[in-house]
Every structure is written in C-alpha cells, then in structure tokens.
Ligand binder design. Structure first.
Ligand SMILES: Nc1nc2c(ncn2[C@@H]2O[C@H](COP(=O)(O)OP(=O)(O)OP(=O)(O)O)[C@@H](O)[C@H]2O)c(=O)[nH]1
Ligand SMILES: [Mg+2]
Length: 291
C-alpha cells in the first residue's frame, strides 16, 4: 500500500523553503527571491515517488512584525503547521538563530511530535551546521535532523526518505503527473511578482501585488494574458515602469521566458502599472490576496 502525507514547511523568511519545495517537486512550484517575505500564500507542491505521494505546503516565512500584512502571513503559516501530518522545520545554517528563530521554535512546540528538522544552506561560506543542529536539539531533542542544500540539491534524498518513513499508508490526492495544484491565473501572477521582487529594492517589492485582468486564447493556441502590477502610491509607479518602459519590459520578458518552461503553450503578457492606495492597510484586500 502506498503512503501519503501533508507536509508543511516551516522556517523564517529566506530560509529557503520555496527553493526546497521546487527542488523536491521537480518543477517551479513557488517563487524564490533574496527578499524576505517572498511567499505570501500556502502554496502546494506535490512529490510523487514509488513510495507514495507527499503534498508539500510552502508557507510564508515566520517573521516577527506587528504590521498587518506580516501578521496575516504568520497566521497562514501557523495554520498550515497545525493542519499538516508532518512539519518540516527548515533552519538557515548561514544565519545566527536569534529571537525570531526562538519565536518560531515556540510556535512549533505543539507539533514537536510530528516534526522533522533540516539545516539548509550548508553550502554557504558562512554556514555553521553545528550551530543549527545545537539549536534544533535544544528545542526538539526527538526530531530527526538533516543537513541539506536546497540550492545545490544536496542531502535531499535522505530527507525525503525520512518524510516517507513518517508518512502513513494512504491514497494519493492528486494524479501522479501533477507537481502542483495551482491554477494558471495564480501561477502566472506569481511568476510576474517574482520578477518584481528580483528587480526592485527596499520597500517596493513588498508594496506590489499582481492583479489578473483578462485573457484570451489566440489562433496559435497561445494565451494573451493581462495583469496589473499594483502599487500603493502614485510615486511608486515610475520605478516599475522604468526609463522609457525598460523595467516593465524586463519584468515581462523574464516572466514570459519562465512561463515558456511551465506551460506547453506560449503565454504573452500585457502588463500595466496601477495604484490601489494603501492596499496593505486594507483588511479586505489582504484577505483576498493572502490565503
Ligand atoms: N547558498 C544557498 N542559498 C539558498 C539555498 N536555498 C535557498 N537559498 C537562497 O535563499 C534565498 C531565499 O530563498 P527562498 O526559497 O525564496 O526562501 P523562503 O524561505 O521561501 O523565503 P520566504 O518566502 O520569503 O519566506 C534565495 O536567494 C535562494 O536562492 C541553499 O541551499 N544555499
Ligand atoms: Mg518562499
């Protein structure tokens, strides 16, 4: 009988959760950038192996902040930990564990019996896997512990084997050829947002959301899809457009190139910049965007 389990990935912002989900699922499930708080939703990736199926839940980074957006992101993560069969706690070996890591460990205390831990980024110059191991051992002495590099795809097979050991017998929830369950409209918006995160600085990456407008099939089977890059203030529009439209063009071209790898039909994007004043303070808007 095959096994199956829901596995929530827990970790601070930038620990490498989305990189790991992509590496394990064998496709681009979740967007990645060096900017903390890149992931804003509980994004599902699917691992299909002869042993069975794991549904991985990528979560927003656990960040201590009283801002409304950050609080809501934290709630999404904590809900995912509570519901999962297994929690995979990812600790960044290249960073010192501080108060935020302590707060995350405290939030994970109630799921310690179903926790597996891994130190990520052991490839990094400043990595200290021993420090990460000691931190995990002090909070979760019973938890299996692995050292991995999600980026270099090292140590992943042993980690995956441990996840399947913990998984119980059960049915697959998705067809074996799926590596994610996301709708195309959302995936496209996320790929566009990734390019915004990669090419903007300071507050702007956090001040943008990507809004689907419309799409239509073209004669050659391609999809023409319109999205708005939504900022908080008029003054932010210019940066996203760039000199003579250079920034929005770059975002579009890089997103289209990624989308060519994901979909088996061409996706042509029409991007505009729009303003939704102070959207990050709008409870209703946040509820629509964060799930
Ligand atoms: N050196 C190294 N860098 C890594 C590794 N895994 C991820 N990174 C880098 O760390 C940064 C953050 O990676 P993400 O996968 O977006 O991290 P995340 O935990 O999903 O971040 P949030 O969504 O913001 O919570 C990116 O620049 C990655 O390339 C790793 O194993 N080694
Ligand atoms: Mg992420």
């Amino acid at each position: 009988m095959a096994k199956s389990a829901f596995v929530a990935i827990a970790g601070r912002p930038s620990a490498g959760k989305s990189t790991l989900v992509n590496a394990l699922c064998g496709g681009k499930v979740s967007i990645v950038s060096p900017v903390p708080q890149t992931t804003r939703n509980a994004v599902r990736g699917i691992v299909n192996r002869p042993e069975g199926q794991l549904v991985l839940l990528d979560t927003p980074g656990f960040h201590l902040s009283e801002k409304r957006l950050n609080r809501m992101l934290k709630d999404i993560a904590v809900d995912a930990f509570a519901d999962a069969d297994i929690v995979l706690y990812l600790i960044d070996a290249s960073r010192e564990p501080g108060p935020e890591e302590e707060a995350l460990a405290a939030a994970l205390a109630s799921v310690s019996a179903r926790l597996i831990a891994a130190a990520n980024k052991v490839d990094a110059k400043d990595a200290d896997a021993g420090r990460a191991r000691a931190f995990v051992a002090s909070h979760f002495p019973e938890a299996p512990f692995f050292e991995i590099s999600a980026l270099k795809r090292e140590g992943l097979e042993s980690l995956l084997a441990a996840l399947f050991v913990r998984a119980e017998e059960g049915p697959a929830w998705y067809p074996a050829e799926y590596y994610t369950d996301q709708e195309p409209v959302f995936r496209i918006a996320e790929i566009i947002r990734e390019k915004v995160m990669l090419h903007t600085r300071e507050e702007l990456p956090h001040a943008v959301y990507v809004r689907y407008e419309e799409s239509r099939r073209e004669a050659d089977g391609g999809l023409e899809a319109s999205y708005d890059l939504v900022v908080e203030r008029d003054s932010q529009k210019g940066i996203l457009i760039g000199k003579a439209g250079s920034m929005i063009k770059r975002i579009r071209e890089e997103a289209e190139a990624d989308l060519a790898d994901i979909f088996d039909y061409p996706v042509r994007l029409r991007l505009k910049v729009a303003v939704d004043p102070d959207w990050r303070r709008d409870e209703k808007r946040l509820k629509d965007l964060l799930f």
